[in-house]
Design a protein around this ligand. Structure first.
Ligand code: I3S
Length: 133
């Protein structure tokens, strides 16, 4: 049936996406950390979200192939929670909050609503699918 482990795997792996988003960590170990908004090349693959330094915004000379391949941050989506951030979390519009199972919390944001809506949907679907495995 539709909820066999094999089908679950298949569904999660088919939910893949990549693009540029703005992101910042906001808390870790239950403690707020200072925001550091940065543009990141963001990749959803196999139930894991990774943020990479945007090669275009990397300091001249510092940009190299490794930056594009080695993730700066990895978020395991199994057990994560996601939702639209309340207005008091940021002055920016279209902000999504994503918390991994260890309580590390990120905000992701993009001014173009259709783009952030697509990310929100694929992340919600991926987390839901992983919960069913
Ligand atoms: O939630 P906060 O602390 O008001 O977040 C803002 C600050 O992090 C600010 O930097 P510094 O106060 O460290 O200089 C950032 O520039 C802002 O972007 C942060 O707020 P938004 O509302 O953009 O998430």
């Amino acid at each position: 049936a539709d909820n066999s482990p094999e089908m679950g795997q298949h569904h999660v792996q088919s939910l893949e996406k990549a693009g540029i988003l703005n992101k910042t960590k906001v808390s870790e170990n239950g403690k707020r950390v200072r925001k550091n908004w940065a543009q990141s090349w963001t990749v959803l693959h196999g139930g894991v979200l990774t943020f990479h330094k945007d090669p275009k915004s990397a300091a001249t000379g510092a940009s190299n192939k490794t930056n594009q391949i080695t993730p700066e941050v990895t978020v395991e989506l199994r057990g994560a929670t996601i939702g639209w951030a309340p207005r008091d979390k940021s002055s920016k519009k279209n902000v999504v909050e994503l918390k991994n199972k260890n309580g590390v919390e990120f905000l992701i944001q993009y001014d173009t609503e259709s783009i952030i809506n697509d990310w929100h949907k694929v992340l919600v679907d991926t987390i839901r699918q992983l919960d069913q495995d």
